[in-house]
Design a protein around this ligand. Structure first.
Ligand code: NAI
Length: 329
């Protein structure tokens, strides 16, 4: 198969090459993201392989379809960046990696919570400069706090099990309840109950028209004073302007995000020598109680192995015309 891989970083290429012996695919690796302008690079390719910030909209799909592409192989779980209707209308199949390592993302959510709470990032810098003061480093016990979880699929459920180990009470909201979690003592409530009761709120639902800006001015208003909000799912689950307002008024006590609404222009790149034009990220970076990581929650060795193996299996199933079990319809 001839595969055009977009948004390639050195580690993506390394992992594809590690597992390609059994497949003998012919890869073209492109650093650029896929969009309607770069779609011309797919000429002669059977498959495009894309990641979270590639723009696979109608305009892109028209170009790749004309170039003969028959499969969009996502090397991620979320597929909010793909116009599924447009792909279907052009006879292009879409496959994803539904679960590669829920532990990777759930553990990163925990890392954001612990760092924001116990301020280890600040302590690290202080101590290295000979500042052994504890001033302003005070945290709180997670034990007996109420953690709200929105979306209890693979990642949300794994997160619930981890945080349960800290002795937290868990209240969850999902459109479908998870029986295993109910047995673990997780209670389900309405979205409003979750917003109202949570000391810490962690988002693990997909981004779609129902969940876009699920954290907004109205939902923030009902939350506890000083709530901690963690988002490792998709940036647009949070209305950034409303979150900034919540931070200014101190309604939001802590914000930990691995994803950001406008991340496609920033994340995964070294912009340290550039003048960043995005006013909202600059404002977020100015708060002492905001922690931002650039979509690295998935980034563990185990997850990279599984992403690569599943992506190559998806492509093989498509090539062999066998059941494409990870097809997104
Ligand atoms: P999943 O499909 O296993 O679980 C999603 C859960 O959300 C399901 O239980 C579903 O019923 C629920 N849900 C759907 N619509 C909802 C709604 N309107 N309100 C509340 N819950 C709703 O997906 P998984 O693997 O747990 O991943 C969750 C999300 O995490 C992905 O959609 C993706 O956006 C994000 N993600 C982020 C990564 C990162 O590196 N930061 C890596 C992998 C995934």
């Amino acid at each position: 198969m001839k595969i055009a891989v977009f948004s390639t970083k050195s580690y993506d290429q390394e992992y594809f090459e590690k597992y390609n012996d059994a497949h003998q695919n012919n890869f073209s690796f492109y650093e650029t993201a896929l969009n309607s302008d770069t779609a011309k690079l797919t000429a002669g390719s059977d498959v495009v392989c894309v990641f979270v910030n590639d723009v696979v909209n109608k305009a892109t799909i028209e170009v790749i379809a004309a170039n003969g592409v028959k499969l969009i192989a996502l090397r991620c779980a979320g597929y909010n960046n793909v116009d599924l209707e447009a792909a279907k209308s052009k006879g292009i199949k879409v496959a994803r990696v539904p679960a590669y390592s829920p532990e990777a993302v759930a553990e990163h959510a925990l890392a954001l919570i612990l760092t924001l709470n116990r301020k280890t990032h600040k302590a690290y810098n202080r101590v290295r400069e000979g500042n052994f003061s504890l001033k302003n480093l005070i945290g709180f016990n997670l034990h007996k706090k109420t953690v709200g979880v929105i979306g209890t699929g693979q990642i949300g459920a794994t997160f619930c099990k981890i945080i349960k180990g800290f002795g937290c009470n868990i209240i969850a909201y999902d459109i479908a309840e998870n029986q295993e979690l109910l047995e673990l003592g997780v209670t389900y409530g309405s979205l409003e109950e979750v917003f109202k009761q949570s000391d810490i709120l962690s988002l693990h639902c997909p981004l779609n028209k129902h969940t876009k800006h699920i954290v907004n001015k109205t939902s923030i208003a009902v939350m506890k004073e000083g709530v901690m909000i963690i988002n490792t799912s998709r940036g647009a689950l949070i209305n950034t302007a409303d979150a900034i307002e919540g931070l200014i008024t101190k309604k939001i006590g802590y914000l930990g995000i691995d994803v950001y609404e406008q991340e496609e222009n920033l994340f995964f790149e070294d912009l340290s020598e550039h003048i960043i034009q995005d006013e909202q990220i600059l404002r977020l970076l100015s708060f002492p109680n905001v922690l931002i990581t650039s979509h690295q929650a998935y980034f563990t060795k185990e997850a990279m192995d599984q992403i690569t193996i599943t992506t190559l299996e998806n492509i093989k199933a498509f090539k062999d015309n066998t059941e494409l079990i990870n097809e997104v319809k």
